[in-house]
Design a protein around this ligand. Sequence first.
Ligand SMILES: [Zn+2]
Length: 209
Amino acid sequence: MKKRVLVLAPHTDDGEFGCGGTIAKLIAEQTEVFYAAFSVCELSIPSHLPKNILETEVKNATSVLGIRNENLKIFHYEVRTFQSFRQQILDDLVNLKTETRPDLVLMPSPHDIHQDHSTIGLEGIRAFKQISILGYELPWNNLTFHTQSFVFLKEEHLNKKIEALRCYESQSDRVYANESFIRSLAITRGTQIGVPYAEAFEVIRWIIE
Ligand SMILES: [Zn+2]
């Protein structure tokens, strides 16, 4: 079983949406989980809110999932500009690999069409090609998604995911930021494998020791 897991979130909250239940489950099983967010999207924050509100919210959300504060790394790339900083992002990922020594990396699916997500997905495969990699699901950004791998979730893991996403009050007007959507997707993925709840992943690399 995997002992050290690194989650790559292009923007704060992508990791919670894509694999928040899995993170909660891994932590309950004593796995060391690291979370790297590459943007706090300062240019997308409504003017009446503090520019760094997503930094506060990601700290709270990852803490709800059980990620230790010292395992949270925040970079400050501007939203929708990642392609212009491709090499710098690759260097950051290589440094993250040295710092965290993961045996599993969770990142956006190669079928994710958001420009920042696809930069993290591509550079992530370059940086972590010798390590197991699973691509997480964000249905509003995936033109297609191969449900090749599943993580069973218990009610308590799903509840932690929902609670973590509630920390993003500045993002609460997005259509997918609601409990019934999150719960329905977990039920859909669980139904595919005959359990109450699951999260699905694409297998990008899988290494068996
Ligand atoms: Zn994102």
